[in-house]
Design a protein around this ligand. Structure first.
Ligand code: G6P
Length: 483
């Protein structure tokens, strides 16, 4: 039976040794969270990095690691500490990530990082070729593996290869600054179908391809060697039912089974008349606009002082890529800003910003979503942003307002949210006021439309439409694999 092999840098599970014990945790981030449900339903395997470097796995424990992964239908690509330093923290996260998110000043192009990136993409190709059979479909994900489609194509010319980018694709003017732009582009062109979250990213990709390669392009088809490469937009959805049903369950829970977090929120709400909760959830990443968000909230409290003592910003920042200096700086800046605003404005009974720097169990996340009146999602750039969709899915009572950055891919679909420019503090402050005072009927009508759209175009539908489109481009000839 043919299978679909999912490929991404990070597997949906993250392994760690805690003292002697092997601990299996869920990975964070939109890709892993979103694809997990697609993977668990299908008959395929997922190939990627386990979260452990080769140096961390003693030879006597390799079997145990492989077995733990096999249980999750996963296979690991062995990556060394050097690979992680240079390919992952290096080229992926200090060159491609900032470049593709328009943080050009953060972008560093280092030859050693690039060499390692090429090398690791080849490692992925080798492991995939050991595991792929004729007729299988390979679905590669994200910016860490831009060279992989072509590396596979060279060895398996007839293989069905899909590629999906989970982050923005930048304009040509930015992309052209990369010293290895040709290699990266031709690397992606090894795929049969290249998918992006939005039509804007498709446009940018086609424009880069046309200017850099000079290949013939007709509408969304690129004529490359003897193949046609299709490019299209597939806005990623969420597992709507999972979030919606969890919220329904949480709302009818008896008090005794509520989490400590929920008890505290309720206690706080009871002590303040008209108390409101504004929610912010993201990985601690400079693309998420976290300092701007805190400053906007501070600006809001100063501009509308009647809200002091009544509104709290609950900010969950999940630790991410802590070895990269820009992330360390962002963490310091965030700590300082939260300290400043709480230090200046807090009273004995009221803390304006509740700040958590850690990951949270799913049930606590649902509690936060359910309890909050407004979600403030203001990245300066974001490929899609699934938090915005998760928030809407949990609003079972038709109450709640989403304030969303126009720079997130999700804004292209979620017109009924209140859209803001994440750099415009005054606009965010005024929008927050509008959100907090929005009549219930308006909240309901906006949410109804959003929920309908998001529940229809859920993650399953997204994966199906990508894979169907890939199938259509598939070459009918049998696959020959040169191992
Ligand atoms: C984003 C990227 C994913 C990545 C995730 C978490 O969602 O698109 O590729 O896996 O962030 O980041 P990390 O570097 O921890 O894998």
């Amino acid at each position: 039976m043919n299978k679909t092999i999912i490929i991404s840098n990070r597997l949906p599970v993250d392994l760690k040794f805690d003292e002697e014990k092997l601990v299996v945790k869920s990975s964070i981030g939109g890709l892993a969270t979103g694809m997990k449900s697609v993977h668990s339903e299908g008959n395929g395997i997922w190939i990627g990095w386990s979260g452990l470097t080769e140096e961390e796995i003693e030879p006597s424990r390799q079997n145990e690691v492989d077995k733990a992964l096999a249980k999750e239908k996963c296979i690991r690509v062995p990556l060394t500490a050097y690979d992680i330093e240079n390919y992952y923290y290096g080229f992926s996260n200090t060159a491609l990530w900032p470049l593709f998110h328009y943080f050009q000043a953060y972008t560093e192009f280092e030859l050693t990082h690039w060499e390692s990136y090429k090398n690791v993409n080849q490692k992925f190709a080798d492991i995939i070729l050991e595991n792929v059979n004729e007729g299988d479909t390979v679905w590669i994900h994200d910016y860490q593996l831009l060279l992989l489609p072509e590396l596979l194509r060279e060895k398996a010319p007839n293989l069905t290869i899909g590629f999906f980018l989970h982050i923005p694709y930048p304009s040509f003017e930015l992309f052209r600054t990369c010293p290895w732009r040709d290699e990266l582009l031709y690397g992606m062109l090894g795929a049969d179908l290249i998918g992006f979250h939005t039509y804007d990213y498709v446009r940018h990709f086609i424009s880069s391809t046309s200017r850099i390669t000079g290949l013939e392009i007709r509408f969304n088809e690129i004529f490359y060697k003897d193949r046609i490469v299709k490019v299209d937009s597939f806005p990623m959805g969420i597992d709507y039912d999972k979030y919606h049903n969890a919220a329904l369950e949480h709302e009818v829970r008896p008090d005794a089974t509520k989490s400590e977090l929920m008890h505290n929120i309720e206690l706080h709400n009871m002590s303040f008349s008209e108390s409101k909760l504004i929610l912010s959830i993201d990985r601690m990443d400079y693309t998420k606009g976290i300092p701007n968000r805190i400053k906007s909230f501070e600006y809001f409290l100063n501009k509308y002082p009647e809200y002091k003592g009544k509104v709290r910003l609950v900010m969950l920042s999940v630790p991410s890529r802590e070895n990269v200096p820009q992330y360390q700086r962002l963490k310091r800046e965030t700590d300082e800003l939260v300290g400043r605003i709480n230090g200046q404005l807090a009273t004995v009974n009221w803390t304006p910003v509740w700040y958590f720097y850690r990951s949270m169990p799913f049930d606590d996340l649902i509690d936060l979503y359910v309890a909050s009146d407004v979600a403030l999602v203001t990245p300066t750039r974001d490929g899609m942003n699934l938090v915005a969709k998760e928030y809407v899915a949990t609003k079972t009572q038709g109450k709640g307002v989403l304030v969303l950055s126009e720079m997130a891919g999700a804004a292209k679909e979620m017109h009924e949210a209140l859209l803001v420019n994440p750099n415009n503090f005054e606009q965010i402050a005024d929008t927050l006021k509008y959100a907090l005072e929005m009549p219930e009927a308006e909240q309901k009508s906006r949410l109804e439309v959003l929920k309908k759209r998001i529940s229809r175009y859920n993650v399953e539908k997204w994966a199906d439409s990508f894979l169907n489109a890939l199938e259509i481009t598939k070459n009918a000839k049998p696959v020959t694999i040169t191992k």
